[in-house]
Design a protein around this ligand. Sequence first.
Ligand code: GTP
Ligand code: MG
Length: 243
Amino acid sequence: MQKIETPDLSIIIPAYNEGKELVKNISSIIESIDKVTNNFELIIVDDGSTDNTKEESKKLNDKRIKFLSYEINKGKGAALKYGFEYAKGKYVSFMDADLDINPSSLKNFFHYMDFYDADIIIGSKRHPESKVHYPWFRRFLSWGYQVLIFLLFKLNIRDTQSGLKLLKYDVAKDLMKKVTVKKYAFDLELLINAKKKGYRVVEAPIVLEYKFSGTGINLKAVKGIFIDTLGIAYRNYVLRYYD
Ligand SMILES: Nc1nc2c(ncn2[C@@H]2O[C@H](COP(=O)(O)OP(=O)(O)OP(=O)(O)O)[C@@H](O)[C@H]2O)c(=O)[nH]1
Ligand SMILES: [Mg+2]
């Protein structure tokens, strides 16, 4: 009987209205990851897309791909948490579908994990070795958000939000229990939890080439992440929920 090999890596990709570039982006992700390990699974989570993401997914025929889909849009965090329920890898990566961040940095993330004996490696736009092409207003927004996080949580992480992360499976499983945020502040809640539990989080360089897709940060999203962040502060300081 064929032995089911546990994948080394489960890559969870949240996808909301990514139909236009899906096949191209996923093929290029597979090409990059094949250079890191060929024993991986790709879990694409269609987060209630209203475009042709689902139809396009039918053109993906690599048996390492698992395509999950649900009708109602819930947010990036909810999509990652849902995809994680299907993950079997020793390591788990969260990766945005729009390929703004080059996935080949994952190879280096594994080196960092070994070298620093870390539990979580996060891609950081503010790592000195990162190469980042990003509109100034997004830089300003991102910097402002990090200042807010430092003031609110004394979290010594320079960039919590970048769309490429690598975690040990057991660490992710432990942290997911307390993650409640469904939208963008999911990453922040995960990292605050990790710090509370003494997990070792290390920032690593990324290559970010911003391809404006027009779906990202809009005022509604900025307001949403701000409210979610205050919600995390309330749970942290008032409810002591993460203790
Ligand atoms: N915008 C958005 N993205 C989602 C949602 N659910 C899952 N995603 C995915 O989450 C990832 C990050 O979303 P992005 O819209 O790229 O967020 P961003 O990188 O901050 O913004 P831009 O790249 O500038 O649009 C992508 O893979 C999206 O497809 C959602 O409800 N809204
Ligand atoms: Mg993006």
